[in-house]
Write a protein that binds this ligand. Structure first.
Ligand code: MTE
Ligand code: MO
Length: 255
């Protein structure tokens, strides 16, 4: 079963190479995170090429304050509203209660492949060394916006929870029911933030309060809003209809 997936994945990758000609990516194929379907060929190719060609810590461009633009709120703008683009009754009810309390009772669970499963309050995250960056958010729909983000590097939080050497992926759970993951290269990247501030103020609800992810080297939909749980995994876990793959979206969308 597992071997079969790898075989199909290799074939998909080779197919992709044959049609684009020449680029040698041997050695990248055994660790593909996605399924072997030919429909996923583009994922495999983009992922393999970016991981091979870009240094792991290459930074996304950062801008001056003067470049900050207005930014629309897209997708879910309040998980407690049943008319949200995505809605999860359980998460929605929990979010409504936390919102009423000004998020004082909000906790970010960090569990899975960590030595110390933890639950961080917003104040806990704000006590850790912060990073502020002005970056361009690129949505798959074609628009982009520049904003300033303040938060704690995801790496700091993973290290606080004692991430295990076997860990390979970090999966995020949100109040509107979206579940999606990134690999360790992006998880440990210095610009990957758990952001609680935007443009010098607390992160607004419509943009993902109290804490959202910023993954600056992928398209906008990987920067998940309304986080409540971070699950570290040793293997790729497809969350089914809660994740992008079931809807036909790419898992890896490097920019
Ligand atoms: N939980 C959650 N995260 C999400 C979304 C969403 O609907 N729900 N939309 C995604 C998409 S497609 C984009 S472009 C950005 C938009 O972020 P913004 O609303 O702050 O502009 O959030 C991403 N993260
Ligand atoms: Mo998007």
């Amino acid at each position: 079963m597992a071997g079969n997936k790898v075989l199909l994945s290799r074939r998909a990758l080779i197919g992709g190479l044959a049609s684009t000609g020449g680029l040698v990516l041997a050695g990248c194929s055994s660790e593909q995170p996605t399924y072997g379907s030919l429909l996923r060929m583009g994922d495999n190719f983009t992922y393999g090429a970016q991981r091979l060609l870009l240094p792991a810590k290459a930074l996304a461009r950062e801008y001056d304050r003067s470049a900050i633009s207005s930014m629309p709120a897209i997708g879910t703008v309040d998980p407690s509203r049943a008319d949200s683009e995505f809605y999860n009754p359980e998460g929605g009810a929990a979010y409504a209660a936390l919102k009423r309390g000004g998020f004082a009772d909000w906790r970010l669970r960090v569990d899975g492949s960590v030595a110390r499963p933890s639950a961080f309050a917003l104040a806990d995250l704000q006590r850790m060394a912060s990073r502020t960056q002005i970056t361009k958010h690129m949505c798959e729909e074609g628009w982009s916006s520049i904003a300033e983000w303040t938060g704690v590097p995801l790496r700091t939080v993973l290290e606080a929870a004692g991430i295990r050497p076997s860990a390979r992926y970090v999966q995020f759970h949100t109040f509107d029911g979206i579940i999606d993951s990134i690999d360790m290269v992006d998880a440990l990247h210095p610009q990957t933030l758990l952001a609680y501030g935007m443009n010098g103020r607390a992160l607004p609800i419509s943009h993902g309060a109290p804490v959202r992810l910023r993954v600056e080297r992928q398209l906008g939909y990987k920067s998940m809003k309304f986080l409540h749980r971070i699950e570290v995994t040793d293997q790729f876990v497809d969350p089914g209809t809660a994740g992008p793959i079931a809807g036909g979206w790419a898992w890896y969308v490097g920019v």
